[in-house]
Design a protein. Structure first.
Length: 173
C-alpha cells in the first residue's frame, strides 16, 4: 500500500514537472533561441517610439513602446542598446473607421481595431547571447502560448539589421 502511494506521488510530481516545462519554456533546445515567456510588467504605460502599418496579409497597425532604458538610449542615439532595454510592439487589425469617415465625408480613416498580438525584445546580453543579446517574445491576443517553431524566425530576420543592433524601429521625434 505504501509503495503504491509512493508511486502515485512520484507520478504526480513528474506530471507537474512536465507541465511546468510546457511548450514555451525558453529553453535553448531544438536549435532555436531562448525567448521571453512572460509579458514584462507595466509595458502599456511605456513611451511611444514610433508606429508602423503593415499592409498585405498582416493588415496591421502597430505601436512600438520603450521602457525608460530604451527611451534614454533612443534619445542619446546609443547603439548597441544597453542591457535592461525592453521594446514592446503592440499590434492591432488596421481597421477603417466609419465614424471618422462620416465626418471627413469620404473613406480615409484607419484606426487600431482588435488587438492581434504583442511582441517584445528584451536586451540581456548574457541570458540571450545566442540571439544577439535580445530575447524575443510573442503573445497572441487570445493569451495562448506560441511554440519554438513560431519563435525561430524572429532572430534571423532581425539579425539582418546588425547596424542598428537588430532593432528596425527608429525614433519618431
Ligand atoms: C521577416 C522579418 C521579421 C520577422 C520574422 C520578425 N520580425 Fe519583428 N520586425 C521586423 C520589422 C521589419 C520590424 C519593423 C516594422 C514593424 O514594426 O512592422 C519589426 C519590428 C519588431 C519589434 C519592434 C522593435 C524593432 O525591431 O523595430 C519587435 C519587438 C519585434 N519586431 C519582435 C519580433 C518577434 C518577437 C518576432 C518573432 C515572433 C519577430 N519580430 C519576427 C521584421 C521581422
Amino acid at each position: 500500500m505504501k509503495a503504491i502511494a509512493f508511486l502515485l506521488v512520484s507520478v504526480a510530481s513528474m506530471i507537474v514537472v512536465a507541465a511546468s516545462m510546457g511548450p514555451v519554456s525558453g529553453r535553448a533546445d531544438e536549435g532555436g533561441a531562448p525567448w521571453v515567456t512572460e509579458k514584462p510588467a507595466g509595458y502599456r504605460d511605456w513611451q511611444w517610439v514610433s508606429s508602423a502599418h503593415e499592409a498585405g496579409k498582416l493588415n496591421s497597425l502597430g505601436a512600438v513602446l520603450g521602457n525608460d532604458v530604451a527611451m534614454k538610449a533612443y534619445r542619446a542615439g546609443t547603439i548597441p542598446f544597453p542591457d535592461g532595454t525592453i521594446l514592446a510592439a503592440l499590434h492591432y487589425v488596421n481597421s477603417p473607421s466609419a465614424e471618422n469617415d462620416k465626418i471627413f465625408g469620404q473613406p480615409q480613416s484607419f484606426v487600431p481595431g482588435a488587438p492581434t498580438n504583442v511582441q517584445f525584445m528584451v536586451k540581456d546580453s548574457k541570458k540571450y547571447a545566442a540571439t544577439g543579446g535580445w530575447g524575443f517574445g510573442h503573445f497572441n491576443a487570445d493569451g495562448k502560448p506560441v511554440d519554438a517553431a513560431f519563435m525561430k524566425p524572429c532572430f534571423p530576420c532581425h539579425a539582418q539589421n546588425k547596424a542598428h543592433d537588430l532593432v528596425f524601429t527608429t525614433y519618431a521625434p
